[in-house]
Design a protein around this ligand. Structure first.
Ligand SMILES: [Zn+2]
Length: 314
């Protein structure tokens, strides 16, 4: 069932994205998964081969990631967007995230809301994410407290509206999330509201309940769930009103060939796979390199979302 007011297509910066959508993401400097993040080249190579409809990269990486920052410097010198520089599909919606999460693990490096906004804009983001500070992750009471609404109103005044603005909402309770979402939904320049899956609540039922409450106060916005890496949860969250998801779990194969099977859990072992990589072969046979596995994983994630989108449309 399509909900009233639920957007089916998201348009930004002249690009369009069908909803609900899966947006592959990865970060070179992510705190939680340094071994994954180390392999920038492998991840970019897989994205080129797979050709996603959207992708999410981190603003912090482009300032401080060993490899990403070099690419960003080259892009700026060549007056290219980062998608052009990396030769990624030009039609893909480029969603940059604020880098707030990555900045936590590098407190020695200067990273401000202004720096985050500026680098995303310069690199041609189709969706610019306003800086957030996930304080619930750190528990650090000395850390700066960033009010997402203050950041959004500050940048809304400067923003020319060509790219969509996304605001990230953290909250220590569902009441706080709903309150902050209501405030941010009042800003017309903010097109996307992002909520980390961890902020939604403990189990899937609680998460769905929170999503329903958030959607009810932000019907004309895209509700993006950050870091929900389990496609098994996507169907329920879409039914509750969520519009898009990112996940880094597709690049588990960068750690080792063994870990790649951990995420292919909805395909029983030793069965054939019909993804664009395997083409009906056993995945063990069809995936000879880690790049192959990454493409296979991306395909699985995407086809899961294609199924969900088809069911929503009925
Ligand atoms: Zn496959």
């Amino acid at each position: 069932m399509t909900q009233p007011g639920k957007p089916k297509v998201f348009r930004s910066h002249g690009k369009r994205l069908e909803l609900p959508a899966y947006i592959p993401s990865f970060s070179e400097t992510h705190i939680a998964d340094r071994r994954v993040s180390a392999n920038w080249n492998g991840a970019v190579a897989a994205l080129k081969l797979f050709s996603p409809k959207a992708l999410m990269l981190s603003a912090f990486d482009f300032l401080y990631g060993p490899r990403a920052s070099l690419e960003a410097k080259e892009a700026l010198a060549e007056h290219k967007t980062i998608s052009e520089r990396l030769d990624l599909p030009q039609a893909a919606l480029l969603f940059l995230d604020s880098g707030g999460l990555e900045s936590i693990s590098h407190p020695d490096l200067e990273f401000t809301p202004e720096m985050s906004y500026a680098i995303q804009r310069k690199l041609g983001a189709d969706v610019i994410t306003l800086m957030d500070f996930p304080r619930s992750r750190t528990g650090d009471t000395r850390a700066p407290v960033i009010d997402e609404f203050d950041v959004a109103t500050g940048f809304a005044a400067l923003h020319d509206g060509s790219a969509g603005l996304a605001a990230v909402i953290h909250g220590r309770s569902s009441d706080e999330l709903v309150r902050q979402t209501t405030r941010l939904a009042s800003l017309s320049v903010v097109k996307v509201l992002c909520v980390p899956t961890k902020s939604l609540g403990g189990n899937l039922e609680k998460k769905s309940e929170t999503v329903r409450a958030l959607k009810a106060v932000s019907l004309d916005k895209v509700l993006h769930i950050l870091a929900e890496g389990s496609p098994k949860a996507w169907g329920d969250l879409v039914a509750a009103g969520a519009d898009s998801f990112d996940a880094t779990t597709w690049c588990r194969a960068l750690i080792s060939p063994e870990t790649f099977r951990q995420i292919a859990h909805w395909i029983p072992p030793r069965t054939t796979c019909n993804c664009v990589q395997c083409r009906g072969e056993l995945m063990e046979v069809a995936c000879r390199s880690r790049t192959d596995m990454l493409v296979h994983n991306l395909s699985l994630f995407s086809s899961k979302m294609d199924d969900i989108r088809e069911n929503v449309g009925r």
